[in-house]
Design a binder for this molecule. Structure first.
Ligand SMILES: [Mn+2]
Length: 325
């Protein structure tokens, strides 16, 4: 295989500056897996590098080798900031002091910082781009730990190889990562099968809010703040619940709407099944994301107002995309 020429590789090879890698807020497996993999690799290459996450490491990702080295970004200045798996530094969720900004990502659109950005919206996960960067530089540095982090990003962003972004290339990459030491059973059980009883109680409450709209094409759940208080859970435990309405037969668009009074907003997660682009629905609400997974924040004074805004955005976009025909 011919080695790809990637500008960010040259740049990082030649820099002596301090580097802060950043995940997006409420980091998922791809953001943290990608960030930690790059962090570990750059450290091996003798760079002064740090990995930061505003919200730390959630329980379901604390198995990632290197999770304990993740810091909360503070007031310190770093020469270079690299945001991974996010459409811009605004997604870090907190102010950071960095000189040069760089973005490594697979989201469509977003902010651009210059020629060292490495963005490919066709990649199933940002972890794939990290893998390409490492391979273009020195693939002998890939060890079991780095492979596990990259594999976690790839596996979680493809729903463990079930979503529509799963193709031949995804399995080829997974195969290489397993060769380098990633253990699919370990990653799956650590990520998916360490739930708390409290979370199960939260799921019961949330499923009780299930609603169908538009003759069953749209389904969604509501996560009220009081559910978290009543079950002793946190926002972290709401991750992935949107997959329940998505799993209903006939549903093409699924949503989860979460009450966040401390931010004065309702957070919406959207998932598509089949040929609907939910990224466009999120855009109508001022958010963004991918064709099959996206999100937005809705400002509203009541639940009814938030739902009206959400459902009209969905309706308008389903009309535009001719889903009703
Ligand atoms: Mn991702």
């Amino acid at each position: 295989m011919v080695k790809k020429s990637i500008p960010i590789v040259d740049f990082l090879q030649n820099t002596k500056g301090s580097i802060l890698i950043l995940t997006h807020e409420n980091p998922d497996g791809d953001s943290l897996g990608s960030g930690i993999a790059l962090y570990k690799f750059l450290k091996k290459k003798g760079k002064e590098v740090y990995i930061g996450s505003k919200d730390g490491v959630p329980h379901f990702l604390d198995f990632l080798p290197g999770a304990e080295e993740v810091i909360k970004p503070g007031n310190k200045f770093y020469d270079i900031g690299i945001v991974v798996d996010a459409s811009g530094f605004y997604r870090v969720g907190t102010e950071v002091k960095v000189g040069k900004k760089i973005r490594i990502d697979h989201h469509i659109g977003g902010d651009f910082y210059g020629i060292y950005d490495y963005i490919d919206p066709t990649a199933p996960a940002t972890a794939v781009l990290i893998y390409e960067i490492i391979k273009a530089w020195d693939e002998t540095a890939i060890d079991k730990e780095i492979a596990t982090c990259i594999y976690t990003g790839l596996a979680t962003d493809t729903g463990f190889f079930r979503y529509s972004n799963t193709d031949e290339r995804t399995f080829e990459l997974a195969k290489e990562l397993v060769y380098y030491g990633a253990d699919p059973y370990y990653v799956y059980t650590m990520f998916s099968e360490r739930e708390s009883i409290n979370k199960m109680k939260l799921i019961a409450k949330v499923l009780d809010t299930l609603q169908l709209h538009e003759n069953g094409i749209v389904a969604g759940i509501t996560i009220f703040k009081r559910f978290l208080e009543e079950t002793g859970t946190t926002y972290e435990d709401t991750e992935g619940l949107v997959n329940y309405p998505r799993s209903i037969e006939g549903v093409r668009v699924a949503y989860a709407i979460t009450e966040k009074p401390e931010e004065g907003i309702w957070k919406v997660s959207l998932r598509a099944k089949g040929n609907v682009n939910v990224g466009k629905i999120a855009e109508r609400l001022g958010g963004g994301g991918h064709k099959y997974a996206s999100g937005a924040k809705i400002k509203a004074n009541s639940y009814e107002e938030a739902m009206n805004k959400l459902l009209s955005a969905i309706r308008e976009e389903l009309k535009t995309q001719k889903v009703y025909t």
